[in-house]
Design a protein around this ligand. Structure first.
Ligand code: NAD
Length: 469
């Protein structure tokens, strides 16, 4: 296992960063990224990169995250390919002027919204899905006619190196650039002016990015995380619920921003749910999970230690095995951890599933609303009334009823958080709009010019105006 290591020194010389950004700004100013033909070519090249380089990408992901090929393909490469296809199919329509109605008071006129690119976009990616989180925002940025600079995460160095090597071979080098590195390089990037920044990662650095963006009044998209609750009503299909919780929690060894962080369930139903989850874990990964090729590894020693520390003093009802040398942590279930323990105060981002028991499932609502707004919320229930209660009384970036993060596979749905889990969203047309300025346009006619609004103001003009407005 090569977790967190790379044979090359993945950093870009700091002195090259300014000129790279300047080059992108000049390209944008030249105007050719606005053409639909250029955008479509770049999008198709992103797909070509992923298809032609898939062996190398899958290997990089295996080295960085110990992830199996099928999981990497479905969660990352497949996601990039389908996002490109969806965007190419709809781009012409998205770029068109969007006509809106014109009220009587502004007649005769026509009113519309015209999407225009913003300029140069900085994409700061995270390590857990390093291909998807770099190329996904790139698809949106390029589709909107922008230049882009990608800064992949240094914690997935093999994929970062691959992105840096392959992007210039497939895409317009004048318009899309890559800077590799860690804090120093990102800090240097943030000293420069961009027209939009999209950052994927944790809350603390999100604040650093937001502060830096404020200096230039640069709009930002923050794709953050948080503790995504999973409410399980006893009125559910137990077997399917358990399978879907295990799939969404333990994919990528729990290192998924939209993984269910913890489960809320009624005390009397908890033993059945825990048993069903155990059965599914072993059905998916075998009883000897450390030998399973389908189960991933923790990205590095720092995250491994953080996760193992979360288990100290907890009531582990399943799992708990771990091995620092191979960055392995067994899928683990913790029953009723103290709500003020680090396990319940921090985002887990690993293969530990706390199960919190409640006297009554209705108590799940105040449990969720007392905490920061999560990126996603999962509800398993057949009770339509309870479904409405949860939907109306809680807030989350995204919700899936009766499954894990399947919403991420629908490009018609925005992907993003709310409150502490982020701001702005992308995927599909939402992504195109996110990286566009939706320019307001009203075209008036010279046909007739009613003098009602012009001085001198008379009481009859005023009376008529109040009636019209
Ligand atoms: P990370 O360590 O890869 O950091 C993200 C980026 O921030 C990297 O490119 C890194 O170089 C940069 N960075 C780190 N420290 C910095 C600093 N001091 N100044 C400037 N830049 C800095 O990723 P992470 O933070 O460990 O990511 C995990 C978090 O990301 C979790 O909270 C997870 O939920 C969230 N996440 C969210 C999404 C989403 O789409 N909403 C997706 C993936 C991960």
């Amino acid at each position: 296992m090569l977790t967190g290591s790379s044979s090359r020194n993945n950093t870009t010389n700091l002195s090259l960063i300014g000129p790279k950004i300047e080059g992108l700004r000049q390209t944008f100013a030249a105007g050719h990224t606005k053409n639909i033909a250029w955008r479509i070519t770049q999008l198709k090249q992103i797909k070509k990169l992923v298809v032609e380089q898939q062996e190398a990408i899958l290997l990089g992901l295996q080295k960085d995250l110990g992830r199996c090929d099928m999981e990497s393909w479905t969660a990352e490469l497949g996601g990039v390919i389908s996002e490109v296809e969806h965007t190419v199919k709809h781009l012409k329509k998205w770029m068109k002027p969007r006509k809106v109605s014109t009220p009587v008071v502004t007649q005769p006129a026509s009113s519309y919204v015209l999407p225009e690119p913003l300029g140069t976009v900085l994409i700061i990616g995270a390590w857990n899905y390093p291909i998807l989180l770099a190329l996904g925002p790139l698809i949106a940025a390029v589709s909107a006619g922008n230049c882009a600079l990608i800064k992949p995460s240094e914690l997935s160095p093999n994929t970062s190196a691959l992105i840096a090597q392959q992007i210039p071979k497939y895409l317009d080098q004048q318009a899309v650039a890559v800077v590799e590195g860690a804090v120093d390089e990102t800090s240097e990037l943030l000293k420069h002016q961009f027209d939009h920044i999209i950052y994927t990662g944790g809350e603390l650095v999100g604040k650093v990015v937001m502060r830096a963006a404020a200096e230039f009044l640069t709009p930002i998209t923050l794709e953050l995380g948080g503790k995504s609750p999973c409410i399980v009503d006893s009125n559910t299909n137990l077997e399917v619920t358990a399978a879907r919780i295990v799939w969404s929690k333990f994919m990528n060894a729990g290192q998924t921003c939209v993984a269910p962080d913890y489960v809320l369930v009624e005390k009397c139903f908890a033993p059945q749910l825990i048993e069903a989850i155990k059965v599914k874990i072993e059905a998916f990964y075998s009883a000897n999970i450390s030998e399973s090729n389908d189960y991933g590894r923790i990205v590095n020693g720092r995250h491994f230690s953080r996760l193992v520390t979360y288990l100290e003093g907890q009531n582990i009802v399943y799992g708990g095995d771990n091995d620092a040398d191979s960055s392995y942590i067994q899928p683990t279930i913790v029953l009723d951890p103290a709500v003020d323990s680090p396990l319940m105060e921090q985002e887990i981002f690993g293969p530990i599933l706390p199960i919190i028991t409640l006297e009554n499932i209705q108590q799940a609502v105040p449990f969720v609303t007392k905490r920061a707004k999560p990126l996603s919320l999962y509800l398993y229930t057949k009770d339509k009334n309870f479904e409405q209660v949860v939907l109306k009384q809680t807030s989350a970036g995204m919700v899936c009823i009766n499954d894990g993060f399947m919403f991420a596979a629908n490009p018609n749905l925005p992907f993003g958080g709310v409150g502490a889990s982020g701001m702005g969203a992308y995927h599909g047309k939402t992504g195109f709009d996110n990286f566009s300025h939706l320019k307001t346009i009203m075209k008036r006619s010279f046909w007739f010019d009613i003098p009602l609004r012009y001085p001198p103001f008379t009481s009859s003009k005023f009376t008529l105006l109040k009636k019209l407005l």
